[in-house]
Write a protein that binds this ligand. Structure first.
Ligand SMILES: [Zn+2]
Ligand SMILES: [Zn+2]
Length: 171
């Protein structure tokens, strides 16, 4: 099994490198980085000033059967009926997408905190990857598979799977 992180658009190289290391530390499998050229504007909704998550997710392609692909976007993502999403996964194809947009302290007018930002990004990536292993949401609020309704939920949980969820990750 390998995980491929694909920056969609302009994501700082250091951020991607750091994310790659942290995600690898959770899954203990090879994590690669590969640029994917996707025209983000096709998913833009000018009324909402946001990007339709499912549309970008559908553009992500896997090359290997046992590969998991996560697109990393810096634009604000949404799905119909929700104000925004931190990410979305497609269990059937083993692909997922995560938005970094709302993970920055600056988004809320707060002082930048790079480590907190990377912690949050790691949790969101690991969470969506968990979905690609058919994991659902977990009741344990420390488990990375706990649903994040807000950043407070994200900050409360850890980057790891709980003892109930972890055995379901077959690598
Ligand atoms: Zn989820
Ligand atoms: Zn769990």
């Amino acid at each position: 099994m390998k995980i491929t992180l694909k920056p969609l658009g302009n994501i700082a190289h250091e951020i991607m490198e750091e994310l790659k290391n942290r995600v690898g530390g959770v899954f203990h499998c090879p994590v690669e980085m590969e640029a994917e050229i996707i025209d983000l504007s096709q998913a833009y909704n000018s009324e909402r000033k946001q990007y339709l998550s499912s549309k970008l997710l559908a553009c992500l392609k896997k090359t290997d059967q046992d590969e998991r692909v996560v697109g990393i976007a810096d634009v604000d993502l949404y799905v119909p009926r929700l104000n925004f999403v931190f990410g979305e996964a497609d269990m059937a194809s083993g692909t997922a997408i995560v938005s970094l947009c709302r993970l920055r302290q600056e988004y809320y007018g707060l002082t930048p905190d790079e480590n907190l930002y990377l912690e949050r990004a790691t949790k969101e990536v690991v969470h969506e990857l968990g979905h690609t292993f058919s994991l659902g949401h977990c009741h344990n609020n420390k488990c990375v598979m706990h649903f994040s309704n807000s950043l407070a939920d994200t900050d409360l949980k850890e980057i790891y799977f709980c003892n109930k969820c972890r055995p379901k990750i077959i690598i």
